[in-house]
Design a protein around this ligand. Structure first.
Ligand SMILES: [Zn+2]
Length: 347
């Protein structure tokens, strides 16, 4: 059986903080996925998962507690725990430069892998303690923000008693992810005392890995990647998203394409007899000599279909934006309303 792990990196935005957005608004947008049409964040995701009888894994970043105080992390962790989904540890060290208290002195860095081993251990231990303090079970799995982990991160995790790391993403290798593994092998395996659970994916061109990320893959690619893992006898299929990924890039409206993709992924997992849903808490360790799980080969037409689909998705978003603009403009005068009526009928 292949364990399908659907995970969501769940995090407040350091970018919004830098632009002066307050804690409440950052939480509403980044965690609740709130826009004028409703909420499309963690609760919407859990509703969808529940409808298909699936478990979600939420990798939560506790670092904003160093800036905003711990209550905001309680507000993220508790509803997820209450609804029976799994909480694991994520870390965005970008927050350190805004922190009131820095556990590693004057060291700062974008990625956890930028820090020496002793500092990584301190930061991960502190982040874990904040998460547990917020009501989470002791985390057993970790994912670095920006997939920015290195081999020292794995050593730090092993020393702290973690069992799994999920920071290895072939698309980020050489772009922040510095774990020394072969990106052509998607199998779970031990590395520096911890079990690495790579992000799944497929090749979309001869030399390019496409990760199983909701907004990066078409329904067809996601289904193919899942099917390939199950057919190869892989222990796990690991797909990921973010707490805010069902919103458009500007976060103003829901991203209907991403929502349709998530529904399709849930259906594909629920309908496949070779696949079970679950998280890391009950994930068995890999065998001592795990088999190699080769990444699925590229299919040029499949890649082309996704490029067209994404293009149409962006176009639909732009058309809606223009329609909204016309609507607001024309409703400000009587002639505008008449002209606008015609325009909207045409658009
Ligand atoms: Zn993240």
């Amino acid at each position: 059986m292949t364990r399908a792990i659907i995970s969501f990196d769940t995090e407040l935005s350091a970018g919004l903080y830098q632009r002066g957005v307050d804690a409440r608004a950052n939480f509403d947008s980044s965690i609740l996925g709130r826009c004028r049409e409703g909420d499309f964040g963690i609760h919407f995701q859990m509703d969808l998962l529940d409808r298909h009888g699936l478990l979600g894994v939420y990798f939560i970043d506790p670092m904003p507690a160093l800036v905003y105080g711990p209550e905001i992390i309680d507000a993220i962790v508790q509803p997820i725990v209450a609804r029976g989904h799994e909480v694991q540890l994520h870390i965005h060290t970008e927050w350190l430069k805004f922190a009131n208290f820095n556990p590693v002195g004057r060291l700062t860095g974008r990625n956890i892998g930028d820090f020496p081993l002793a500092a990584q251990k301190k930061l991960i231990a502190l982040a874990r303690d904040i998460l547990v303090g917020a009501g989470a079970a002791r985390p057993t799995a970790f994912r670095a923000g920006n997939f920015g982990a290195n081999d020292d991160t794995l050593r730090a995790l092993a020393a702290l008693g973690f069992r799994f790391d999920s920071s290895f993403n072939g698309a980020y290798q050489g772009h922040g992810c510095a774990i020394s593994l072969d990106a052509g092998n998607l199998g779970m395996r031990e590395h520096h005392g911890i079990c690495e659970v790579p992000v799944s994916g497929l090749m979309d061109r001869a030399n390019r890995f496409r990760p199983a990320q909701l907004c990066a893959m078409s329904e067809e690619e996601m289904r193919d990647a899942l099917d390939h893992s199950a057919a190869s006898g892989a222990m796990q299929f690991s797909a990921f998203s973010h707490s805010f990924e069902l919103l458009s890039r500007d976060r103003k409206v829901p991203n209907r394409l991403a929502i349709a993709r998530m529904e399709a992924l849930c259906r594909a997992i629920a309908d496949d007899a070779r696949v079970t849903s679950g998280g890391f808490a009950t994930l068995p360790a890999p065998p001592v000599r795990p088999g190699r799980i080769q990444v699925a080969a590229p299919k040029p037409l499949r890649t082309l279909r996704r490029v067209v689909e994404q293009g149409l998705g962006h176009l639909a978003h732009e058309v809606r934006y223009v329609r909204d603009l016309i609507y607001v403009t024309v409703n400000s005068s009587r002639w505008g309303k008449i002209a606008g009526g015609i325009l909207l009928a045409v658009a």
